[in-house]
Ligand binder design. Structure first.
Ligand code: UN1
Length: 500
């Protein structure tokens, strides 16, 4: 099929693809007139059927050997490797990320699948001692059941795999709802799961907007909701789930990450780290830096070098590998970013690069860069923008730097640029974050590490390799090899009447 033929959007329930429907289009942010495909918006009935299908499939999938489940991921890895170029191209067209970033994301998804396969033969529990020598005790992990996977457009391939991988390996089944901005990539991923031989009902696909997500979350047949996206939606999911006693929500909800450039920083490294953190993916990673904190002794020089470099960045056609980054995702995002640029001006920003719309046909924005002294309560220094909007903030000493770093309601990722191991340790211990980096950008996590944050950024259930904790519950199992009962803690076994 030519890359220009619009994709017929279908949903997958119990192993059967629905007939295509044209409820909403997926458009390329690079050319709003280019339609990637037409997709159905799942009805309440379709959502219920998908959860029922996952529940039915759970009964047999959880009884399949863990190693057999892992081997399905081996097949999936082969297919992802086979289709890497096509997947990257589809992603670049649908979400506007540069083709080089899309390829890196496919590789990140592949790494997750490889990790899941490789952990299939690893231990899943612990043998622990009992007080009584004739007893053996161990811990085991068991799957919860049905997992709802609700994912964002900015990592439409890797983030679903962070969630689907560990969930399915552990014996759960899933209902997956990709973002309505990237349904084509979501559908392609599910086609690969089917081709890899995952049994009917283990992965079900629903398309649609927030209403479909809400139907899923309201369904008591869903045991776990895995969500990455905005704080408001994550909060709503947690509220809807609060009345369900056995519902677990793992939510990753954005950030206002910072790079801290200390007085002993390697200067060029600090500029590169700042630029990549702020503007890779056009500032649309949840880990993107909205703030660069620079020691006052370097501040003027850093601002100049940063602006000179930022001016040279090319934001353009996602299919041209020579471009640094692409457009933002849609018109709503343009409005939001321009709104924050305006807010920064009214809050007293000293604007160094005046970010603005640069195209009528695509959602292109140039970077907005400003300097500002930190003061409490300044919204543009505290709130997530999710676009090319960056504050350069001077600080006096490490205590001041740490205080500014922590003065936001988010705590996702951070980087400190320093040559001092003492200073590095101070930032490691005093800053609020889930993922910390030294002499690196604050983006670029690898899948075998937990991915999550604190405060408004996450509720303590990190994704990727960290997700095994959320998609299983830990059980204990104790076996008596004696021929009579002896109890722990010296508890007597005498039954009333024995001594009479
Ligand atoms: C996200 O921004 O939503 O750490 C995910 C990174 C990538 C994943 C980002 N591995 O930048």
């Amino acid at each position: 099929m030519s890359v220009d033929t619009p994709i017929a959007g279908r949903m997958l329930v119990a192993g059967t693809w629905s007939t295509p429907r044209d409820d909403f289009p997926s458009r390329s942010p690079a050319h709003r007139d280019t339609v990637i495909g037409h997709f159905p918006n799942a009805t309440a009935e379709e959502s219920r059927t998908a959860v029922d299908a996952a529940r039915t499939a759970f009964l047999s999938w959880r009884r399949t050997s863990r190693i057999q489940r892992a081997e399905c991921f081996y097949s999936l890895a082969q297919l992802i490797a086979r289709d890497t170029d096509a997947l990257a191209l589809l992603m670049a067209r649908e979400c506007g990320k540069n083709i080089t970033e899309c390829r890196a994301e496919v590789v990140e998804g592949l790494h997750m699948v490889q990790y899941v396969f490789a952990t299939g033969r690893m231990p899943i529990g612990e043998i622990v001692a009992s007080e009584l020598p004739e007893k053996d005790a161990c811990t085991r992990r068991k799957p919860w059941g049905v997992v709802a996977v609700i994912t964002p457009w900015n990592f439409p391939f890797a983030v679903p795999l962070w969630m689907l991988g560990p969930s399915l390996l552990e014996g759960n089944t899933a209902v997956f709802k990709p973002s309505e901005d990237t349904p084509a990539v979501g559908q392609k991923l599910v086609e690969l799961f089917v081709e890899a031989g995952f049994p009917a009902g283990t992965v079900n696909l629903l398309h649609g907007d927030g209403r479909v997500g809400e139907e899923l979350v309201r369904n008591p047949g869903v045991n776990v909701v895995l969500f990455t996206g905005s704080y408001d939606v994550g909060r709503r999911i947690q509220e809807l789930s609060a009345s369900m006693p056995d519902r677990l929500v793992a939510a990753e909800m954005g950030g206002k990450s910072a790079v801290v450039v200390c007085e002993d920083a390697r200067f060029d490294l600090a500029v590169t780290a700042g630029i990549l953190s702020a503007f890779k993916t056009t500032g649309q990673r949840c880990v993107s830096a909205g703030r660069i904190l620079v020691h006052e002794s370097l501040f003027t020089r850093y601002c100049e070098a940063f602006v000179q470099t930022a001016k040279r960045l090319r934001f353009g056609d996602p299919l041209d590998a020579a471009n640094f980054a692409g457009p933002v995702i849609h018109e709503g995002s343009i409005e939001k970013v321009l709104g924050y640029n305006q807010l920064a001006r009214t809050e007293g920003a000293d604007v160094l690069l005046n970010g603005d719309r640069t195209s009528e046909t695509g959602c292109y924005l140039s970077p907005f860069v400003y300097r500002m002294e930190h003061q409490p309560g300044i919204r543009c220094l505290r709130e997530e923008v999710f676009g090319p909007h960056l504050a350069l903030i001077p600080f006096r000493d490490d205590d001041h730097g740490i205080a500014i770093h922590n003065d936001t309601e988010y705590g996702l990722s951070m980087a400190v640029i320093t040559e001092s191991y003492r200073r590095m340790r101070l930032y490691r211990d005093e800053c609020d974050y889930g993922m910390g980096y030294v002499n690196l950008p604050c983006i670029g996590a690898e899948v075998h590490l937990p991915f999550g944050g604190v405060k408004k950024s996450g509720n303590g259930h990190p994704s990727a390799a960290g997700l095994i904790e959320a998609v299983t519950h830990k059980t204990s199992w104790t076996v008596n090899h004696g021929t009579e009962i002896r109890m722990a803690q010296g508890l007597t076994t005498t039954i009333v009447g024995d001594t009479a």
